[in-house]
Design a binder for this molecule. Structure first.
Ligand code: PEP
Ligand code: MG
Length: 324
């Protein structure tokens, strides 16, 4: 199938009724960049900076981070690159920064560690801002936001990093700033968060995990983990509508963005862009190029009436088989 879809590589993703939906790719290591380029990625929608931290045995210096981020921004320039700040903790431990907790997914992870260790956060932000100098294709994304204070404190630190760099004689341009929406509390405060940033990015892996109280990595409960659960669909709709009301784009960067059934619903909701694994890009492009937004909206309306993920899956799978 992938081969058949190969000819799609140089086409843009646009619904037959004219809605462009840029397709970006997720990456975590430099080795992810070539597959992204080969798949015709329009940019990096999520660079998980914790991966380069995880494969080392001590914290990378500002200079080492600068070199890495520069390489990514340069490789994709002028296409946009979204660098997410460190999201360690949870299922992503660092051997040289051990965190012992009984409930790591509810513990010290993502932005929480960054705010408790501003020196680590500032180093990373400085490296990112310097790396973007003269390229200006950087978007900066903050993970695990669960309160407005998380954003406010992070934005103050970003401002501070910028001022420090300017005082040192660097020319810095303001990156686009975004918040991950991946915790249920953020869904219920999405307008307040949206007012503080330039874009939102939905992390369906954690949002599904936290909404449904299902460990995203536990095989035993895998059948309870489903991004087509009506509660997840309601949350996605609420976030995307809030983004529209506040006039900022909403992207989806969790694994579900690569599931054509979920993608159909997101098209119907009016999602601004999707970021997925390079391997999923061709089939999602096919779905976008095959289904009008009008048709996707009709499927969304039908799905909203259903009470079970399995029924929604059946409806959308049939639509995909029929092909738009
Ligand atoms: C997510 O939670 O959906 C996400 C994109 O981030 P990660 O998988 O890195 O937690
Ligand atoms: Mg996440």
């Amino acid at each position: 199938l992938s081969k058949k879809l190969h000819h799609l590589r140089d086409q843009t993703a646009q619904t037959p009724d004219g809605f462009r939906i840029p397709l970006y790719t997720n990456a975590g290591l430099l080795s992810d960049l070539n597959p992204s380029l080969a798949a015709g990625s329009e940019g990096i929608g999520l660079y998980r900076t914790e991966y380069p931290f995880m494969v080392r045995d001590s914290f990378p210096t500002e200079e080492e981070q600068y070199t890495l981020y520069r390489k990514i921004l340069h490789t994709f320039h002028p296409r946009p690159v979204t660098l997410r700040t460190l999201d360690i903790g949870g299922d992503k431990p660092l051997t040289y920064f051990p965190v012992q907790e009984t409930n790591p997914f509810l513990g010290w992870r993502g932005i929480r560690i960054s705010l408790d260790h501003p020196e680590m956060f500032l180093t990373q932000i400085r490296a990112m801002l310097r790396a973007s100098s003269g390229l200006n294709n950087l978007s900066l994304l903050l993970p695990m936001i669960s309160r407005v204070e998380d954003l406010d404190e992070a934005l103050i630190l970003i401002q501070r990093a910028r001022q420090e760099l300017e005082q040192e004689g660097h020319s810095v341009t303001q990156p686009r700033l975004g918040a991950m929406i991946e915790v249920p509390s953020a869904v219920f405060q999405v307008e307040a968060l949206a007012r503080r940033v330039d874009f939102l990015s939905i992390g369906t892996n954690d949002l599904t995990q936290y909404l449904l109280a299902v460990d995203r990595n536990n095989e035993r409960v895998a059948r309870w983990f489903d991004a087509l659960h009506p509660a997840v669909i309601q949350a996605l709709l609420r976030i995307i509508r809030a983004g529209k009301r506040c006039g900022i784009p909403v992207s989806v960067c969790g694994e579900a963005a690569g599931d054509p059934a979920v993608a159909l619903l997101l098209i119907g909701m009016g999602v601004s862009s999707l970021s997925l694994s390079a391997g999923d890009l061709p089939r999602i492009k096919w779905a976008i190029n095959s289904f009008t937004r009008k048709r996707a909206r009709a499927l969304l309306r039908q799905s909203l009436k259903l009470e079970q993920a399995s029924a929604i899956r059946t409806l959308l799978t049939q639509a995909l088989v029929d092909g738009g």
